[in-house]
Design a protein around this ligand. Sequence first.
Ligand SMILES: [Zn+2]
Length: 648
Amino acid sequence: MSRTLSLSWSRAASHTGVSIALLAALALPGRFVHAQPAPPTAAATASIYKVEFAAPPDSVKPGTSVTSTGVAPYWLTKAERSGYRQTPSYDETIRFCRQLTAGSQNVRYLTYGVSGQGRELPLLVLSRDRAFTPAAAIATGKPIVLIQNGIHSGEIEGKDACLALARDILVTRTRERLLDSVIVLILPIFSVDAHERTGPWNRINQNGPESMGWRASPIGLNMNRDYMKVETPEMQALLSRVFTQWWPHLLVDNHTTNGADYQHDLTYSVNHGPVVPRPIERWMTHAVSERIIERTRAMGHLPAPYLSFKDGSDPRSGIVDSPSAPRFSTGYPPLHGRAAILTETHMLKPYANRVKATYDFMVAILEELNARPRELARAVAESEAEIVTRGREAVTSRRDVVLATTSTDSAESFPYRGVETRWETSPITGASVPHFGTAPWDTLVPLYQLQRPTVVVRQPAGYVVPQEWRAVREKLELHGVRVRRLTRAWTDSVEIAHILEAPSNPATFEGHRPLEVKRVQLERVRRSFRAGDLWVALDQPQGLVAMHLLEAQAPDGLLAWNYFDTIFQRKEYAEDYVMEPIAKRMMEADPALADSFRVRLIRDPAFAKDAGARTDFFYRRSPWADPEQDRHPIARALRRPPESVFAP
Ligand SMILES: [Zn+2]
């Protein structure tokens, strides 16, 4: 009880600066301390909390479409019928999907699992060949595109754009040619439960629709951080039942951005640099950043790379365009040798504009794929081959893999289309706050894209996963990584990562305290493995995903996501009076050890004052110490096991 109270005091005090005396009074036994102010009345809410956007709310006449022509009233989407003030609920969305299947032979409505709250997860498959199973779709040889909407359910224009586009391809057939050479999978809503937590107060920075969904899943997880650790039921279903079955060549993930005001209506991101297999990186550079973006500009939009400024909200500091880590929708598919595009429309633009920008961007993407369908398929095949070949590479220097990069100071210049901005010191924040006008402010700003490696790891021959780490097997299977079970014991020299420095994040992040593995030393040891342990070969298309899960320094590896935290916890301790005589004998027997202890006492005053650390100095160097402590449990094999250990 007292613990809880003192915690709430310190939190409240640090946030509000309210005096401790007042808080003490409020915290008297039997009283309830409100962390939040009481909710305002409806009238006060409307006048006090409403956000006025520079762009007026939509003035589109209800019943008209900003994307499509010749649509009969029966086929209008809810967004179109409402003049883009509203977006359909989950049930209304499913109904429209079913309406599409009744109106066309070239679409099928499928479900691929259930959400945390028990809702079916919807998937539309659009195929001219009526290839409605993964095997049939892959057999066509056409590129497969997965368009994902509502991973952040409040950012929902992707859904309204895709419902209109599917109708225009399938029913009004004004866009039917887009299906000539491509198979299109659409997730109308991915985070379905969060989509139904709808309300007008969910996204303060966003200009419409009137009511929108929520960012995180009902258990508080951001699904666009869940691609590697795969902890939400929705992501488990997506990876195991969609991604690793249909194997889409391209994932398009539609969002609405946050950030500054500017003229750009559409921003996008693709991964680049040495973390991405080269053939797919080349495709994303030429097909997306050049041709698709050019096509989108020709449609009247103002596209820009995702606008993350080096210095907060000041565009003059330059745009930092760095690749996303594998936990993100744009970081994950490239590990499979596949392409991914992040769409972020500008949240201050009215909803109709954002639906149109997303619709046109999807059209531009599909036009590019129809114009050069084999190019993407070839880039994926070559990327997979690059991964497999590296897994078999005998020359060790060619086995180096870049797991993470950082931006360099080298910049190109980018024609930024901003708006006139005035900075004013605010009595509220005590700092300067931008006030955006409407006059255009066109300028050149630095664009930082060039990357340099920060984590490079030499690929082992493969990994051996001891069977007792059961979560590892589950994750490998969810990601489609092929594993082989040892049927007999195997002993060999392997490399084990000794984790020397890995501070955990001081704050909770996605229900974890992720580790930043800073220093690792590979130790060569002889290990015995049992029947039932798992062999993970790296000459497979999922070899890069396996490395990103199993390497100690991988930024989104299972070690970073706390799956092996027990290795850091000490299990046995020496009493000081037990260790002390042993320490004396160790010093007598080993003068070098004695010297290093004395040097440490002089150079490290904190150590000198810490009796426990001094005892531990000797304990850790004695045979009593736990040899497994701080060691990554996944073994890096120096060679593949003989076939005999897999024999039935
Ligand atoms: Zn988002």
